[in-house]
Design a protein around this ligand. Structure first.
Ligand SMILES: Cc1ncc(COP(=O)(O)O)c(C=O)c1O
Length: 405
């Protein structure tokens, strides 16, 4: 595989706060995903829940087959702006929205047999009326738990999870109605968050042990997202071999729906230091930024053990740090007490107002979840290309006002 190009971002050229996508790095990630697709013939979708900057879909479209969506709004965005295939999965569909789901999607994955029974007649009627084939699938839950699940926060297989059908429920449904799978052309599992290939290998074996009895008759099996395919250390050849073997063994087409892997290390959130505070009851200084951790990086602070990487700084999680020189706790610009990181960073030199802070990998799951809590300014969206900052979107008072009434 081609070596990952170094970031060329010059933060001094960025008006903060801004989510900055580096086109060269984005294309690097996409070319790895395309390589997997080309080598295996698998189907590669862009999961919009992770990152949905549609003005750049013309780039992602060059490499990927379609979109994976989780709501009617995402479905419409995928249909309007990406085109091609729109695959939807939602924990539950709403009666009044389903006509539009049928309009925008060509694959619909159901989370339970009850939802499948509720909507299947409508799918079939739609197919009859329009002559368009809709692929229907069921989400399964193989009850896989890996070694590092951040307390189950991001694990769809955590105990009590509402996501996916477990094997005992699957067997029960088929015992009640042996024809329950009629009209189902695929199974879907999404069970990972930022995982290595070795975990996929283990999980696929588990899925096979539990569900392979139901593979005959299926056209596709969707392995979901959550794999760090575009990370430099990822075993790309491993996933290629696994997909090839799996497809041959079961005569199905594998689908992948990466989200984070698309923007992995290809985008940052760039902020500025507004003020530096000294408190005599803590060993660190506090840098207040022109962004908000709770409003702009909610996904980062959900789990206190998630490492938020800052360019040029080192994470220090010790409660009694030995070296307090240039030790800072980064805090957001809202009045929420918890709007800050729960650990410190050691910088190379003292921070002062006006310094730029580059939050690595700041785009995934953050941009899509941003709020304007406190009326805080929504970071703009910028494309970094050929040494230039190209504005994609700036947010204004009108955006804030429009959301409030
Ligand atoms: C069903 C489904 N597919 C794909 C993804 C994308 O996962 P990731 O961004 O970790 O690759 C998610 C993320 O939650 C998901 O829920």
């Amino acid at each position: 595989m081609k070596k990952r190009p170094a970031s060329t971002l010059d933060p001094s050229k960025i008006k903060t706060a801004a989510f900055v996508i580096e086109e060269e790095l984005l294309r690097h990630n996409l070319s790895i995903l395309k390589h997997v697709k080309d080598e295996t013939g698998c189907f590669m979708l862009q999961a919009l829940k992770t990152w949905a900057t549609w003005p750049l879909f013309h780039i992602t479209k060059e490499y990927l087959d379609g979109t994976e969506v989780s709501s009617l709004n995402e479905a419409r965005l995928g249909f309007d702006e990406f085109g091609s295939e729109v695959h939807m999965y939602a924990p539950a569909y709403k009666e009044e929205e389903f006509a539009d789901v049928l309009k925008y999607c060509n694959t619909i994955v159901f989370n339970s047999f009850s939802q499948w029974y509720q909507f299947r007649e409508r799918v079939w009627a739609h197919e009859k009326n329009t002559g368009m084939k809709i692929q229907c699938g069921l989400r399964i839950n193989p009850e896989y738990l890996g070694p590092d699940e951040h307390g189950g926060l991001w694990s769809p297989c955590a105990p009590g999870s509402r996501l996916g059908i477990r094997i005992n429920e699957f067997k029960e449904a088929l015992a009640k109605d042996p024809k329950a799978l009629e009209g189902i052309s695929g199974l879907h599992f999404h069970i990972f968050f930022e995982k290595e290939f070795s975990e996929l290998e283990t999980a696929v074996t588990l899925v096979e042990e539990k569900f392979a009895t139901y593979f005959p008759g299926m056209k596709w099996i969707n392995f979901g997202g959550g794999q760090k395919i575009t990370d430099d250390a990822y075993d790309v050849n491993g996933i290629i071999a696994l997909i090839k073997t799996f497809q041959k063994k079961y005569d199905v087409r594998v689908q992948l729906e990466p989200g984070a892997a698309i923007v992995w290390n290809a985008g940052t959130l760039v902020a500025s230091v507004l003020d530096v505070l000294y408190r005599d009851d803590v060993p660190y200084k506090i840098a207040v930024l022109d962004m908000s951790f709770s409003a702009h990086t909610p996904d980062f602070i959900l789990s206190s053990d998630y490492d938020v990487r800052i360019r040029g700084a080192k994470i220090d999680r010790s409660e009694t740090p030995k070296n307090t020189k240039n030790l800072y706790r980064l805090g957001g610009g809202t009045c929420l007490t918890g709007d800050r990181l729960s650990f410190n960073h050691v910088f190379k030199k003292p921070l002062k107002a006006g310094d730029k802070i580059v939050i690595e990998d700041g785009i995934q799951y953050n941009l899509v979840q941003c709020t304007m809590f406190n009326g805080v300014q929504h970071p703009s969206i910028v494309l970094w290309k050929d040494g230039q900052a190209i504005p994609i979107r700036e947010f204004s008072y009108q955006d804030f006002r429009a959301r409030m009434g």
